[in-house]
Ligand binder design. Sequence first.
Ligand code: 5AD
Ligand code: SF4
Length: 474
Amino acid sequence: MEQRKISAMPPAEVEKQKEYINLARTVLSARFSDRAPKAFVHTYGCQGNVADSERMKGLLQACGYVFCDSAEEADFVLFNTCAVREHAEDRVFGNCGALKPVKEKNPDMIIALCGCMMQQQHVAERIKKSYPFVNLVFGTFAFHRLPELLYKVLTGRKRVFATEETDGAIAEGLPVFRDRDVKAWLPVMYGCDNFCSYCIVPYVRGRERSRKSEAILSEAKELIAGGAKEITLLGQNVNSYGKGLAEDIDFPRLLRKLNALEGDFIIRFMTSHPKDCTKELLDAMAECKKCARHLHLPVQSGNNRILKEMNRRYTREHYISLIEYARSVMPDLSLTTDIITGFPGETYEEFCDTVSLVREINYTSMFTFIYSPRKGTKAATMPDPVPYAEKSKWMRELLAVQEEIAAKRTASMIGQTYRVLVEDETREKDGYLTGRTQGNVNIDFAGDKSLVGTFCDVKVTSAGNWVVHGELVQ
Ligand code: 5AD
Ligand code: SF4
């Protein structure tokens, strides 16, 4: 097999960006002599994008920006985009179009678009042609180059486009601006090699590459010291963690190392692929007391023909056997999943296999999507005769089943006590807090706001479909 490249970026490249931070800072402080320049960063899509935005915000802050909550008041607007479904792309085009009149009022405003959508050349071309007021476009391979690209925009007259694909080397040691202290995102690997036939991710995020465990552990320590109580490890396919690294490591071993760090915190991770979800991983989860009893394991479909067409490389039977094993070593395990309905050529009978699987597994919750054709993927070329309205009907049927299952599950929680991470005050009711069980179920209860960011024992007193209500156990 071909030896993969080690994916750490040469330190000289990282240093170059630090120099650009200083240069951009100088230009901005001359331009904004009486106030700090303001940036508005809006993120579409998954947690991976949220984590990337935190890194880009770190770079912007180092350049001298402070953050604001709307494009109207911003000097720099950045949309970090998502390409996974057409709907997400339409929202970006719509919201970007809405910036035109805002920029007419404030011609000095810089508008930048980045991320997965921009990594597709046909999208970058469309922005070039039809959105002339956009100053900067860069793809997923250029996130760390934001200081350099910003400097070019600030000092040149031309629009800047950086959408070429590189080897995707990972930049370490650049600043991060965290949106929250208590719940933190920690990327462990980037990219995806799986090429599920419907998915654009391998095309816009490139090949899998892992961060060195040393970098991950030192970031985790920083997060814990900064008050993080929940750390979610992120990757398109975390089970592939470690492949191609010089060190001898894999995901179960990484979990054990993180679990051994001192402090009271919980570890989550997403996303796992069932084809790579091994017994070793499930054993490691069971062994690691800090690992949440929650597994997000996207099944996508319960029908073997569709799974094959999706290029998922596992069967319904294999998936079920994995879940059986996981539950045998973690009886209290909560499971969540992703499902696509209306994959090209899927029949109603095949869809019914997904419904029966959902019943069999008894998921805590699931993310459901109607298939969306993505240009350049294999599935986009497959005959797709079922009308969208029919697919929506199937989706409603699936959601009704899940609601029924969720209601039963939450009802079974009544009377039990859970250790809950208190996330926030509830918006609806004064004096109430909202938290999450390890199994990822939302729970509301009366309590003082000083408890936010701590773990509390809460006894469930009543249940709705998705949220349960409880009271503090003193
Ligand atoms: N259409 C619909 N859903 C998709 N997903 C990925 N690609 C598509 C697509 N083309 C879903 C999958 C994946 C989740 C993140 O998004 O369920 O697990
Ligand atoms: Fe897409 Fe499949 Fe990779 Fe997930 S594992 S990002 S669904 S190609």
